[in-house]
Design a protein around this ligand. Structure first.
Ligand code: NAD
Ligand code: GLY
Length: 357
């Protein structure tokens, strides 16, 4: 199957997203997307043995350096931000350098933030290798590192020059990571597209069997939705916040349990179920649809119950630090039906108690 392409339309910062099989080996893609001669590929010690040599081979017409971080969310930090910048400076990289992020969302977010800051901004390309990064984090230009007081608290909006999604990389992804990515895929269905949601139920077997055409279809649909939202609201003044369905609850779970104990996608999965429960409580979603959401999320091997140890107070403590908080008011993304969500600021602690009990 040939590559499929779509565009993120942001005037002079527009860029292509290519999705296909074997993209890492297609030198001409990189040659078209890279402006200078110098390229630094940044990856981690898990992804490097799998894909780095192949990518470097595709960059044979460039002057290439590589940098490997240890693997883990804890390295998406100011410490490693500084280490990567130091590496670039030690190797005399100038403003015409292009950075390539080869890996999941941790690498993409960190490299994007370095690209936003190094010498006030250099080009970067995303080569996302996890499902989560292919359908979400590599598109849209949110870049960040974590601070001990909060996840993704230090960052910038910085759009890449291109996103090259090689679907084949999903074959080496651990099953738990694939499931975590499916949480974000399901999220797009609940927020924007009931037909897509239904296809995730109907085609579950071929998706879970990693059928190539099916994977390309779902990744493309998620990227289409995300590209449309980002083009309309790049810096999250309005509609982009809808993409955070399940994240207010999810971030609280991640923070309370300790980062990495629950994967981001797992926490988002439970968060989506909690947000749908809230919608059911308010009468927006009927029992059948609430059940369908729970069963579908669970069918993709994702958790649907909050951790037993977490109280309402634990949730509220973290939710007050959420980036969607405005004037000290917590805002929640709540489905009004499967395929449509709205931002609501009037959720009471009593309602939270009902769903978290
Ligand atoms: P990750 O980057 O930690 O990758 C998950 C694991 O899979 C890691 O161990 C990684 O080394 C490994 N891996 C990556 N590709 C592989 C492959 N092809 N084969 C085998 N192993 C592979 O996690 P993630 O889920 O990709 O991303 C999570 C991060 O993304 C979080 O930091 C989150 O905050 C961020 N995020 C950002 C945005 C955004 O818009 N910028 C959106 C969602 C999430
Ligand atoms: N992951 C949410 C966003 O990019 O806005």
């Amino acid at each position: 199957m040939s590559n499929t392409e779509l565009q993120v339309s942001l005037a002079e910062r527009s860029y292509p997203i290519l999705i296909g099989s074997g993209l890492i080996d297609q030198a001409e893609l990189f040659e078209k997307a890279i402006n200078g001669k110098r390229v630094v590929v940044i990856t981690n010690t898990t992804v490097a043995p799998l894909y780095l040599d192949r990518l470097v081979k595709s960059l044979s017409n460039f002057d290439v350096l590589t940098y490997q971080l240890p693997d883990g969310e804890q390295y998406k930090s100011l410490e490693y931000f500084e280490k990567v910048n130091s590496f670039l400076l030690e190797h005399n990289c100038a403003r015409d350098v292009t950075l390539i992020a080869l890996g999941g969302g941790v690498i993409g977010d960190l490299v994007g933030f370095v690209a936003a800051c190094y010498q006030r901004g250099v080009d970067f390309i995303q080569v996302p290798t996890t499902l989560l990064s292919q359908v979400d984090s590599s598109v849209g230009g949110k870049t960040a590192v974590n601070h001990p007081l909060g996840k993704n608290m230090i960052g910038a909006f910085k759009q890449p020059e291109a996103v090259f999604i090689d679907i084949d990389s999903l074959s080496s992804l651990p099953a738990r990571e694939f499931a975590a990515g499916m949480a974000e895929v399901l999220k797009y269905g609940i927020i924007f597209d009931r037909e897509f949601w239904q296809s995730l139920i109907d085609n579950k077997a071929s998706i879970s069997a990693l059928d190539n055409e099916e994977l390309i279809r779902i990744v493309r649909r998620c990227c289409e939705i995300k590209a449309e939202i980002v083009a309309a609201d790049e810096t999250e003044q309005g509609a982009r916040a809808l993409l955070n369905l399940g994240h207010t609850f999810g971030h609280a779970i991640e923070a309370e349990m300790g980062y990495g104990v629950w994967l981001h996608g797992e926490a988002v999965a439970t968060g989506m179920v909690l947000a749908t429960h809230l919608a059911h409580l308010r009468g927006y979603i009927n029992s059948a649809d609430f059940e369908e959401v729970k069963q579908t999320v669970a069918s993709y091997d994702l958790p649907i119950e909050k951790p037993d140890s977490m109280s309402v107070a634990d949730f509220v403590k973290h939710m007050k630090r959420d980036k969607k908080v405005q004037a000290n008011v917590m805002r929640f993304i709540i489905p009004t039906k499967i395929g449509n969500c709205e931002i609501m600021s009037d959720v009471t602690e009593t309602e939270l108690e009902s769903i978290l009990a």
